[in-house]
Design a protein around this ligand. Structure first.
Ligand SMILES: [Zn+2]
Length: 128
């Protein structure tokens, strides 16, 4: 069993749902949700509301801390590779998946292994 983590929403405890009401009888309080996993915000938030609450409170500071974008980024052939797959030879099994890189600028395709497709760090992009 993995460790429980707390929703990082700054107002999570203020949403008065039954599942947040915890404690011994006569001493119950609404509390921040605690789960083994969350679906929102990279696993940090129990709901979109909580994610938005956090962003409203801290988003500007976070953006300034990590570097506010000051100039538009450009999609060029150096950074336009995305991973995709299609089905070659039938729809019956995963064995027929054909993985590839496709360049959104040049439309060039290059084959990928399934392992490379699933590796989030694997890229052939050379620009940002
Ligand atoms: Zn929450």
């Amino acid at each position: 069993m993995s460790e429980l983590k707390l929703c990082q929403g700054t107002c999570c405890h203020k949403y008065t749902t039954q599942d947040r009401l915890k404690g011994t009888k006569g001493n119950k309080t609404y509390q921040t949700r605690r789960r083994s996993s969350f679906y929102y915000g990279n696993g940090n938030f129990c709901s979109l509301n909580c994610q938005n609450d956090w962003f409203n409170d801290f988003g500007d500071r976070a953006i300034n801390h990590f570097g506010r974008l000051e100039e538009a980024k450009h999609l060029t052939e150096d950074n336009a590779w995305i991973k995709d797959y299609d089905w070659r030879g039938g729809y019956n099994s995963n064995d027929n998946r054909f993985y590839y890189f496709v360049n959104k600028v040049t439309k060039e395709q290059r084959p990928l292994t399934e392992e490379q497709y699933n590796d989030n760090n694997y890229t052939i992009n050379t620009g940002e």
